[in-house]
Design a protein around this ligand. Structure first.
Ligand SMILES: [Zn+2]
Length: 320
């Protein structure tokens, strides 16, 4: 193993940067959001990271990578989209451990907006059971007698909506809600202006994530540039600081963004951009396509083992 890694030019011990992806931190576990971390587990993870890693913001880490002065064990905590619990739940935990995160904001959803995936979850949560009949709008009939069934219905509906064009998707979500009225859906899932300012004032890095969370490859180059710049300018006006990093919506290389978008961000004066391609970043990495990974699972032993392994060895193959 050691010999093989040496042949590749990355002997065991080369510094590698782990960038972790989070979206929400729930106050308590939610059976309808099994993929989201809760406060207790997040606290355990942050406590481990603060003790064993140098936690950096994405821009700090990109500069360190570029200047080949990355600390031996380095990590970034990142949040995508701009959820209110990044401030109300995650921030106090981060502050207790002296950790700073990077929060990527899709500005169009701030102040009472809701991403379609959340609309589906909250709609199915509130829908009266045992059956959700959306046959009239072409979205099927779903059994929702138990949490497991509700979760299945959520997944099925999200899949049906995911690949529609944004405007068409908004219309279909409206039709879905009208077909089975459930009352008011929450309007406080995302950060508001004051909350975003608080996050920035607390020292967390605020990065761009477009206005509407539109996948860049679905836009013309001019359209992509407008989404990036409008989101960035909106944040900069609000927080009074430059926005230096960016997270590609969806984030898969080639399918969701390409090298042209990375070059555009460089031209626009950004310092770093992150994808959702799983891996760790090594010195000399393209700082406009930094890989990230999601810390899955509830086991702290597995989390710790994986973080340490990735920090020591480096390279996408190390990520499990
Ligand atoms: Zn996102």
């Amino acid at each position: 193993m050691l010999a093989a890694l040496s042949l590749l030019g990355w002997p065991r011990g080369a510094p590698a940067l782990s960038i972790l992806i989070y979206h929400r931190v729930l106050p308590v576990p939610d059976p309808l959001r099994p993929g989201e971390i809760d406060a207790a587990l997040f606290e355990a993870q942050v406590s481990f990271l603060a003790k064993h890693f140098t936690l950096m913001t994405v821009t700090e880490a990109a500069l360190a990578l570029r200047e080949r002065r990355l600390p031996q064990r380095a990590a970034c905590i990142t949040f995508d989209d701009g959820y209110a619990d990044n401030l109300t739940v995650a921030h106090p935990i981060l502050a207790r451990h002296g950790a700073k995160a990077t929060v990527f904001i899709a500005t169009g959803y701030l102040n009472g907006g809701r991403m379609f995936s959340d609309t589906v979850i909250e709609f199915v949560r509130l829908a009266a059971g045992p059956q959700l009949d959306l046959g009239s709008v072409g979205m099927g009939v779903h059994s929702i007698a138990t949490d497991e069934e509700r979760l299945k219905a959520i997944t099925a509906l999200q899949v049906q909506l995911k690949y529609l064009a944004p405007a068409e998707r908004d219309e279909q979500v409206k039709r879905m809600a009208a077909a089975h009225p459930v009352g008011a859906l929450p309007q406080d899932l995302m950060l508001n202006d004051a909350q975003l300012r608080q996050l920035a004032d607390a020292g967390h890095e605020i990065g761009g994530h477009t206005v509407d969370h539109t996948v860049l490859t679905t836009l013309t180059p001019e359209g992509a540039r407008a989404q990036v710049q409008q989101g960035r300018e909106w944040i900069e006006r609000l927080i009074g600081r430059p926005v230096r990093s960016f997270a590609y919506p969806n984030g898969r290389p080639v399918r969701d963004y390409d090298a042209g978008h990375a070059a555009m961000l460089r031209d626009l004066g950004f310092e770093a951009a992150v994808s959702t391609s799983a891996g760790v970043a090594l010195p000399g990495a393209d700082v406009f396509q930094l890989p990230r990974y999601t810390p899955w699972g509830r086991s702290m032993t597995m989390f710790a083992a994986r973080m340490m392994r990735n920090a020591r060895i480096g390279g996408p193959a190390a990520v499990v």
